[in-house]
Design a protein around this ligand. Sequence first.
Ligand SMILES: [Mg+2]
Length: 334
Amino acid sequence: MDQRKDNFDVLVVDDDAVTRAQLRFLLLRNGYDVTIASSGEEGWDMLQQRHFPIVITDWSMPGMNGPDLCRLVRENLDDEYLYMILLTGMTEKQQVAKGLEAGADDYITKPFDSGELLARLRVGRRILSLQRSMRETQLELHEMAHQDGLTKVMNRRAIDGHLSDAIARLARATHPSTVALLDIDFFKRVNDTYGHQAGDAVLQEVAARIRDILRKTDKIGRYGGEEFIAILESADVDDAAEVAERIRMAVQELPIEHGGHEISVTISIGLCEAPAGYSGSSALVVERADAALYEAKRGGRNQVVLGSLEPESHADEPLLKAAGAERLTADLAR
Ligand SMILES: [Mg+2]
């Protein structure tokens, strides 16, 4: 059973002082933390302030009664599961189904037997712990479906989704956004010289350096083998170029250590800005960023090249002009 402390945090809601005192005594003596509310309204206030995994609430109270409280909880608090136990007097016992329909998980009849109440609480904790592991599994599955296992950035499918969303938002945006394609130079040499594990270490480290420099709102994904794509929303190409230049420097500056080797790598980056109001495809933006990346490679690698969507650049000289290529940095690698 999950022994995390918050599993033992119980909110008791009852308008009767004697019952409150009894429950408090019993629960404290059995290792639970207890918080007390003397009305449904007070209980609801507390539940909105913080999470209680277990709630024991009286059925009949003046004002908000137990089933009302259960209903409010179920309608409004669905972040984390609350296990709710209704305390019913003999008169309400006939209507127990209603209490359960209102959202209670269990009920216990007053005057309650201590052993039974504690046993029911253990059932509640068991269910909470199952809920928690289900939630963790869901999160893991979500990560597995959206994350690149090696580099921990988004995988192709996830980043593609973000890309189309970001480009679609431009239709109503007041700022442009910029897409960056980043490709590690001569990556095959790393694999050939130091082996694939070293190659993996380089990919991980480069991804980490890119992530460190990007803003929290930027998105980064692995696009292909040694190629990454970043979406810099609300950043024009000049802002993005500054970021890209810092990434380029961060990769170049510090060799990556693996298996006693110091592996030096560099990165080439192609950028393309899509303006506010843009209603074209995301594929076109990526294509132009890719053309700029190609220019960066052709120009000697380890550099940032700014592409553009300019229509006139389409026809005659597809590469250089389609990219609207303008070399930002010219210090050539090798
Ligand atoms: Mg009462």
